[in-house]
Write a protein that binds this ligand. Sequence first.
Ligand code: UD1
Length: 339
Amino acid sequence: MSKTVLVSGGAGFIGSHVTVELTQAGYDVVIADNFSNCDETNYKGVCAILGKELPLVRMDFCDKAAVDALFAKYPIDAVIHFAAFKAVGESVDEPLKYYHNNLLSFINILEVAKEKGCNVLFSSSATVYGQTDVLPVTEQSPRQPATSPYGNTKTMCEDILRDSVKAYPGLRGIALRYFNPIGAHPSALIGELPRGVPNNLVPFITQTAIGKRACLSVFGNDYPTPDGTCLRDFIDIVDLAKAHVCAVTRMVEGRMKEEYEIFNVGTGRPVSVLELINSFERVNGVKLNWKFAPRRPGDVVAIWADPTLAEKELGWKAERSVDDTLKSAWAWELHLAGK
Ligand code: UD1
């Protein structure tokens, strides 16, 4: 019998790609979303890719009664929790909004999951590593104090999950630490849909290329890196989504080695901001208007993953090239523009 996976925040950027991969791997997926940070574009795209309507529940995970009702209605074997606020700058201005939403929604899920003996996958971030001189980072690398309330909610939720699986028998958890997810589905029917001015690099690049933004600012050109711009580990969104299928399967098949496990989800290859811009222009044949601007407060100089553990334990490895990922990001922007 197929297993049922609840995807909280399943209408968002990462959640929609994960939903597609899980369904194609044979899982029944229930999407739950409050649409606070997205519209129905990705949900409709998911249904178009899969050729069927998936169950969609409009709800807020801060509402415990709604979470109880959801688990009563569906036979949920595993939960993947994406429903969280994610704007770093906004979290500095409105920390309580972030602590309230990101912590309470996760606690509500765990309260029910512990009663049902459910598997929980938490979407964490490489932000928990902060800046370290020892690169690449492994899962054993020490976490650093968070530089924003957003980052702190990732660290805190990891700890909440770790302590909960220790205390409540039957509860198992995996935290996946994402590096920089970019790109879109090869169908160009789902992708990243930032509201307002994008904070992240690739949406800003594609919106500049299409003419929605006048000029891309490259934050900092005097970092101690080969070309002076920051280094990141840009991971393709479909590759990242596949890591979730591997992790969920490991959980539901009872193959975890510990009750709580952590995996880096990255490529292991550092790419600079300038290299990414150059690749985008080259593979898509478009010219980008960009200029150097001062460093952005809170940015780390360089971070990239050691993905060895995920390959060994999950049997997962990033496959798509950065060039193909950047082509998919541009195809998505063109799709949005109706071109
Ligand atoms: C940020 C968050 C990370 C989160 C991720 C989600 C921090 C410190 N970072 O990562 O936790 O998981 O977003 O995708 O919390 N850049 C420009 N111009 C721009 C935008 C970005 O030059 O207009 C540069 C940045 O300075 C940085 C790189 O591009 O060097 C990547 O930035 P971004 O896409 O925002 O991701 P991160 O800050 O690495």
